[in-house]
Design a protein around this ligand. Structure first.
Ligand code: RIB
Length: 336
């Protein structure tokens, strides 16, 4: 393994000069810089990132722990975070907790071993164990898609209660009074908030919770949406509209209703959540509550860089963005 001392000896300069050529090239005279760079290329010297981390005290890697790598919502978050990290000269190490608190803990330990600059993550549950583990390991973090426990760290999220009200108010305005809510695991804060928003707007409209039939699911993917569709079709008083806690559930619901020979939206209207790319590309374009996922990823990465750039005092903040209803054919009867 070629070391920095080998380069210095071959170039006839000090180790400090080689270090300056690598880290502060403008501080070295052009002829010396070019001679050292030629020796680096000739010997194939590669800077030891681990050694640099030990000296600099922090890594050029940002950890990103997503809840479900199969959900395009998190791909959009990762895309926003990665572009921001890259502009700051960092890379992003993406790991998938797969909605498992155990797997989440294993990846947080890996990030700590790797001494990453910090971690962006959507916690796998609401227990608070995650944040305690990050604090215990003194790992800077930004919670994504979850409102942070104030004072303990930054967070970027969307107001999911508003999101639930937007979805169900749209269905009420279209005349629906018997609505199903295909929810996800109740230990996810965002799923509970969407339900709370749905119930709030029913109450505002003088409708009780009986106007909302909940079809819980264990996961938030297309297969769970298909399964919920089968259960919905078996209900004695079949709802005329469905609010799904995310777009993957809505796409599975769409598949199940098609397979049963039903027309969307004429027989049953569907609203999803996230507005992933496949929502607009679906056979019946999905009405969805849009989350600005890429912007969430960018903002979370910016907050982590600000906290860890060593430039001075950092004030934790909890940013809550607003969702937006994107209306498409899956809820509009009688319009192209
Ligand atoms: O991770 C499950 C869901 O919660 C995602 O689809 C997204 O809506 C997030 O908020």
């Amino acid at each position: 393994m070629v070391g920095i001392k080998d380069v210095a000896r071959h170039a006839g300069v000090s180790v400090g000069t080689v270090s300056n050529v690598i880290n502060r090239p403008d501080s070295v005279a052009a002829d010396t810089r070019q001679r050292v760079q030629a020796v680096i290329a000739e010997l194939g010297y590669v800077r030891s990132e681990h050694a640099r981390q030990l000296r600099a005290g922090h890594s050029r890697i940002m950890g990103l722990l997503v809840l479900d790598m199969g959900n395009p919502f998190f791909v959009d978050i990762a895309r926003g975070a990665e572009r921001t990290a890259r502009r700051a000269g960092l890379g992003v190490m993406v790991c998938n907790s797969n909605q498992s608190a155990r797997e989440e803990a294993e990846y947080l330990a890996l990030f700590a071993e790797q001494r990453v600059r910090g971690v962006l993550l959507t916690p796998a549950d609401d227990s608070g164990q995650t944040v305690q583990s990050l604090r215990r390991n003194a790992i800077p973090f930004v919670l994504v898609d979850r409102v942070g426990a104030g004072g303990g760290g930054c967070s970027v999220s969307v107001d999911d209660v508003v999101g639930g009200t937007l979805a169900v108010r749209h269905l009420l305005d279209a005349g629906h009074r018997n609505i199903a809510y295909v929810s996800g695991p109740s230990h996810l804060h965002q799923i509970r908030d969407r339900r709370a928003g749905a119930l709030a707007v029913l109450a505002e409209s003088g409708l009780g919770s009986e106007a909302l039939t909940e079809l819980p699911t264990e996961t938030l993917d297309v297969a769970a949406g298909r399964d919920a569709g089968a259960r919905l079709l078996g209900l004695p008083h079949r709802p005329t509209a469905v609010f799904c806690a995310n777009d993957l559930l809505a796409l599975g619901m769409l598949q199940a209703l098609f397979a049963a020979g039903l027309n969307v939206p004429r027989d049953i209207a569907i609203v999803g959540y996230d507005d992933i790319e496949f929502a607009s590309a679906a056979a019946v374009p999905l009405t969805s509550v849009r989350q600005p996922a890429a912007a969430m990823g960018r903002l979370a990465a910016e907050m982590l860089l600000e906290e860890t750039d060593g430039a001075g005092e950092h004030q934790h903040r909890q940013v809550v963005l607003q969702p937006e209803l994107v209306v498409r054919r899956s809820t509009l009867v009688g319009r192209p």
